[in-house]
Write a protein that binds this ligand. Structure first.
Ligand code: PAF
Length: 284
């Protein structure tokens, strides 16, 4: 098992990737904030299948956290992440220190309007601006042919897809399905922060989404009725505090009153002091 090369600076990464690019290699990027789990594994494995060179970036991006405490307690374990990447044949891990990505306060940012108006957007002011800004920087630094994003963060995925379309960034965004624990909980680095009781309760989030799916499959089309079916499940779990549960169209991420095309039922909820998100895609 060959360890990936750990790269700390932008100049070094560019120098390493230049010969691969000249040789016509397909370069894949999986952007992450570390604390890698099987969900990231699925992104990396897909990149490994599609690309000649696989780069994983590991950077806990301060500008996408709207609460300092959340940033401080975000799990970090670079040694474990390097082992994880080695086992999946990653070529380069780009783990820059904060000063490398942000040597000075930014005067420039990238912001996607409209698609960020609902779901996580209003609850995490500045979050998507931080994500789109850092992803633009990563795309400029790595210049990947393909970049891999998980469907668990469906709004992030839609926002990134819109950003590369609007700005003509020459990268193909590859969506990768959500990976779940055996009880349905979507894998997330934040699951590590849950207490044992919170962890058990958190499975209720996916059961609520399944209730929404069952209602849709049974022919329910009013979004309010779909929401009600899901919220009834969550009401049985006092440990889960719902932040939002909405039915949105799957491309523009706008709430729909009636389901007429592909939708996502998306939820954000707090368990213990940890915010979890999940969603399902439904196509009529
Ligand atoms: O999904 C994440 O882990 C982050 O939002 C990302 C895309 C790596 C940007 O920091």
């Amino acid at each position: 098992m060959r360890r990936p090369e750990l790269i700390r600076t932008i100049a070094e990464l560019r120098a390493r990737l230049a010969p691969h690019r000249r040789a016509g290699s397909i370069i894949g990027l999986t952007p992450t904030m570390g604390a890698l789990h099987a969900g990231h594994g699925r992104l990396i494995e897909q990149a490994r299948r599609d690309c000649d060179i696989v780069v994983v970036s590991i950077f806990v991006n301060p500008i996408q956290f709207n609460q300092a405490a959340d940033y401080q307690r975000y799990p970090r374990d670079l040694d474990a992440d390097l082992e994880f990447c080695a086992a999946r044949g990653v070529d380069y891990v780009f783990a820059p220190p904060e000063e490398e990505m942000y040597p000075a306060p930014l005067d420039t940012c990238v912001e996607v309007a409209r698609l960020t108006d609902h779901l996580c957007g209003p609850h995490r002011p500045g979050h998507f601006r931080g994500v789109t800004t850092v992803c633009t920087k990563l795309f400029m630094i790595v210049q990947p042919d393909k970049a891999y994003f998980g469907e668990k963060d469906a709004q992030q995925l839609a926002v990134i897809q819109r950003m590369v379309r609007d700005l003509n960034i020459p990268v193909e965004i590859v969506p990768v399905p959500t990976v779940r624990e055996s009880d349905g909980l979507a894998l997330s680095s934040r699951n590590l922060l849950l207490s044992p009781g919170g962890r058990r309760a958190a499975a209720g989030i996916y059961r609520a989404l399944q209730a929404a799916e069952t209602a849709l499959a049974a022919g329910t089309r009013e979004a309010a009725a779909v929401q009600k079916a899901a919220l009834e499940v969550l009401a049985a779990h006092p440990e889960i505090r719902v932040e939002y549960l909405q039915v949105v169209d799957a491309v523009e991420m706008q709430p729909v009153p009636v389901v007429e095309g592909p939708v996502r039922v998306a939820v954000a909820a707090w368990v213990d002091d940890t915010r979890l998100i999940d969603n399902i895609l439904w196509r009529p």
